[in-house]
Ligand binder design. Structure first.
Ligand SMILES: [Cu+2]
Length: 120
């Protein structure tokens, strides 16, 4: 009786310790990638992501409200200059995904693009 009560408490303590650790890990593993948008290029414009790893893309625009669009992920955002725009995503499929500016920003706009590669 006495022994089983003690081991019951032990199990509870271990359970809550594991919970805390899992939560801390979930918060810590979000990867931040800073991207600058400027007529007519994103820097960087080649981004490699790991399958299942949550990322935050942090955009700053230098000169225009550029767009950011990943058609095959159905993700888009406006990137107003003077502020940081965060785009969160967790890639769930390997492959190459083109992204592009979808706000007309002048001659050269058509070439403002890049590529996200998702690897297993
Ligand atoms: Cu553009």
């Amino acid at each position: 009786m006495c022994l089983s009560a003690v081991s019951g408490i032990g199990a509870l303590l271990i359970g809550s310790a594991i919970n805390t650790r899992v939560q801390a890990k979930t918060v810590a593993k979000e990867r931040v990638i800073k991207i600058q948008a400027k007529k007519f290029v994103y820097t960087p414009n080649q981004i490699v992501l790991k399958l299942g790893q949550p990322v935050v893309l942090e955009f700053t625009s230098v000169d225009f409200i550029h767009g950011f669009n990943i058609p095959d992920m159905k993700i888009r955002a406006d990137l107003p200059p003077g502020k940081i725009t965060q785009v969160r995503l967790t890639p769930d499929k390997v492959g190459d995904y083109e992204f592009l500016c979808d706000n007309f920003c002048g001659d050269g706009h058509e070439g403002m693009s890049g590529k996200i590669t998702v690897k297993a």
